[in-house]
Design a protein around this ligand. Structure first.
Ligand SMILES: NC(=O)C1=CN([C@@H]2O[C@H](COP(=O)(O)OP(=O)(O)OC[C@H]3O[C@@H](n4cnc5c(N)ncnc54)[C@H](O)[C@@H]3O)[C@@H](O)[C@H]2O)C=CC1
Ligand SMILES: O=CC(=O)O
Length: 334
């Protein structure tokens, strides 16, 4: 690549220093040092002149943006696993390749999913808040105080048994949960055997039988409000729902109604339908100890971000070396 002209690469957000240094060495990189989210007009101006766009989950790379791209834009190398913010079909129509950063954030995201699975039934955030809100004043232990619900022996139902779903299942099994899952297709017999997992072709039937639902499928047209009002109503009143995938997989308004009416016991949410805006009713439910809310941080580890950056670099280099990049996202997602 040294003798060739370096590709111009527009990176929409601040990345870890080590990643930015590497981007600068290898590419004609335009960084976002002060990390101000880019506006749509700024993105339009960028795609008109650069070879590569590196967006993150907060950028809307829709058909309107892609249609305005100049002929030199050949690659959208997303700094993210999910690509629901990118119109991959529109990119393909324009001859633009799309890549993402799978695998390197699987374990981190599964860890945080497990943290939420523990936090909600065991009232972890509530307990921590009691001490800090009362500035350490505490009357002491009591047998009937802060009682949560036991994790071991319960059933988890994983919606979307891909990389993260499977990593969640491994953790959940170690905590004594029995594994149930719904997916577009069954996982391998070896994986099912290792996890002692039960496959449910019918999501409806699984929802009615499990104690904790973990949402781990991508946001696609087919998964929009997959957890609809009708399906949420199938869940048992003592069950919990955890979402570290994307907010719009759950009908958030319907979920809030179920939580307020006691039709679902609690929720652990890292993602929201209109993020970064959070429905004030969720904040109120958090105050009542019914939900634990995180600001979309399940994959947020330094190691993960550095590995994601390395993946973006490899995807760009492979592409400009004339090969198929390892993490190409194919159009036609359902
Ligand atoms: N909160 C966070 O910080 C993070 C969130 N994510 C989200 O997690 C999602 C999943 O990531 P991975 O496990 O790596 O993806 P993956 O592609 O390995 O797994 C997704 C699974 O969902 C299944 N699926 C897709 N559509 C379905 C449907 N209609 N019904 C049932 N199952 C369906 C697929 O068959 C696949 O097995 C990402 O798309 C992203 O949205 C990913 C990383 C970090
Ligand atoms: O939500 C994060 C991602 O990388 O996808």
């Amino acid at each position: 690549m040294t003798s060739k002209k370096k590709p111009t690469v527009y990176i929409t957000r601040k990345l870890p220093d080590v990643v930015e240094t590497r981007m600068r060495e290898l590419f004609d990189a335009e960084l976002n040092i002060d990390d101000t989210p880019r506006s749509q007009p700024e993105l339009v101006a960028a795609v008109k002149r650069v070879d590569v766009l590196v967006p993150t989950v907060t950028d809307r790379v829709d058909a309107a943006l892609i249609e305005q791209a100049g002929p030199q834009l050949k690659l959208i190398a997303a700094f993210s696993n999910g690509v629901d913010n990118i119109d991959v079909d529109a990119a393909a129509r324009k001859g633009i390749t799309v890549t993402n950063t799978p695998n390197v954030l699987t374990e981190d995201t599964a860890d945080m999913t497990m943290a939420l699975i523990l936090a909600v039934p065991r009232r972890l955030a509530e307990g921590a808040r009691i001490l800090t809100d009362r500035k350490g004043e505490w009357a002491g232990w009591s047998p009937t105080w802060m009682l949560g619900r036991r994790i071991a022996g319960k059933r988890i139902g994983i919606v979307g048994m891909g990389r993260i779903g499977t990593a969640v299942a491994r953790r959940a099994k170690a905590f004594g949960l029995s594994i149930h899952y719904h997916n577009r297709h069954r996982v391998s017999p070896e994986t099912e055997e290792m996890l002692e997992a039960t496959y449910w072709d019918s999501l409806d039937q699984m929802l009615a039988r499990v104690d904790i639902v973990s949402v781990n499928c991508p946001s696609t047209p087919a998964t929009f409000h997959l957890l609809s009002a009708r399906r949420l109503a199938l869940m048992r009143p003592e069950s919990y729902i955890v979402n570290t995938a994307r907010g719009d997989v759950i009908d958030e308004v319907a979920m809030i109604k179920c939580l307020r009416e006691g039709k679902i016991a609690g929720a652990g949410l890292d993602v929201f339908e209109n993020e970064p805006a959070i429905d004030p009713k969720l904040i109120k439910l958090a105050g009542e100890g019914k939900v634990v809310l995180l600001p979309h941080m399940s994959s947020a580890t330094l190691e993960g971000r550095v590995d994601m950056g390395e993946k973006v670099v490899i995807n760009i280099r492979t592409f400009f070396d004339g090969h198929r990049p390892p993490d190409r996202v194919l159009p036609g997602r359902d």
